[in-house]
Design a protein around this ligand. Structure first.
Ligand code: HEC
Ligand code: HEC
Length: 226
């Protein structure tokens, strides 16, 4: 009886520390690591964290390694805004007491998990379609387009306390994300996430390039401010 228990425990810890054990184990309880993306609203709303099954098409590896050791909040109101809002003096406020801190990994685990995530690239075809042209955009022009012409500001922060709260903050986007991913997601969010709350605004190629340049400059500005 005792021996069986020891064998079972050994088996468990061996599985946890084996290559891929962390992802398949603790991470997969909140993240979709196998795909496909949620096809119905019901399944989308049940998600406890963003999809990771196309991580290798999305993230910058060096960002993953550092964020996994020291995970800051990216979505100011959590995975779904509606679940973390209370009525305050000035209208809706984020109820931070309902937000959890993300699990942090050791440097060794963060490095190996990031390497494994970077191998997950089911959407190489979408990434290959995006050509990022070098160029710059003035911050003023960028913000005008982002805010007034294209209506992105309703959902995204462009400074820690400036902008909308329902989407991921974007002043760190270029630090976190590959430029081709940003372009592709802006072009057609629903190709990546069929039930995404982000509308497809049918941006022209020129406007997609503008937005990627703007997000690149925004992240540089945010990094300099630190
Ligand atoms: C209890 C649920 C939970 C567990 C367990 C969990 N995560 Fe998360 N994860 C989240 C949530 C919620 C977010 C969104 C946080 C935010 O945007 O502020 C997130 C965000 C992330 C992000 C950033 C995603 C993005 O695109 O914004 C990465 C990368 C990530 N998690 C990796 C992992 C890894 C690797 C593990 C396992 C070691 C893990 N997570 C375990 C809930 C979880
Ligand atoms: C109605 C709210 C809404 C609007 C408007 C909106 N977004 Fe989003 N955006 C989101 C949400 C929510 C996500 C997270 C992905 C998801 O859940 O599908 C997202 C994701 C993104 C991402 C990927 C960021 C990440 O961390 O994964 C970029 C880049 C982006 N949006 C840029 C834009 C741009 C540029 C515009 C304007 C043309 C815009 N968004 C308009 C809600 C919005």
């Amino acid at each position: 009886m005792k021996r069986v228990l020891i064998v079972v425990l050994l088996g468990l810890s061996a599985a946890t520390f084996a290559e891929g054990g962390v992802l398949q184990g603790s991470c997969s309880s909140c993240h979709n690591i196998k795909g496909p993306a949620a096809q119905t609203l019901k399944i989308a709303f049940e998600k406890k964290g963003p999809d990771l099954f196309y991580a290798g098409n999305k993230y910058r590896q060096e960002w993953l390694v550092s964020w996994l050791q020291k995970p800051d909040r990216i979505r100011p109101a959590g995975m779904y805004y509606g679940g973390h809002i209370k009525v305050g003096a000035k209208g809706d406020e984020i109820d931070t007491s309902t937000l959890m801190n993300h699990i942090a990994l050791s440097k060794a685990d963060a490095t190996s998990v990031a390497a494994e995530l970077m191998k997950m690239k089911p959407h190489d075809d979408l990434i290959a379609k995006e050509k990022i042209e070098p160029g710059t955009i003035s911050m003023q022009m960028g913000e005008m387009a982002f805010n007034k012409f294209l209506g992105c500001m309703a959902c995204h922060l462009i400074e820690p306390e400036y902008g909308g709260l329902s989407g991921p903050e974007l002043y760190t986007a270029a630090k976190r994300l590959q430029p081709q991913y940003m372009a592709s997601f802006i072009r057609a969010p629903q190709v990546w996430e069929p039930k995404s709350m982000m509308p497809n605004k049918n941006l022209s190629d020129a406007n997609i390039q503008k937005m990627v340049r703007y997000l690149e400059s925004l992240s540089k500005e945010a990094a300099n401010a630190n």
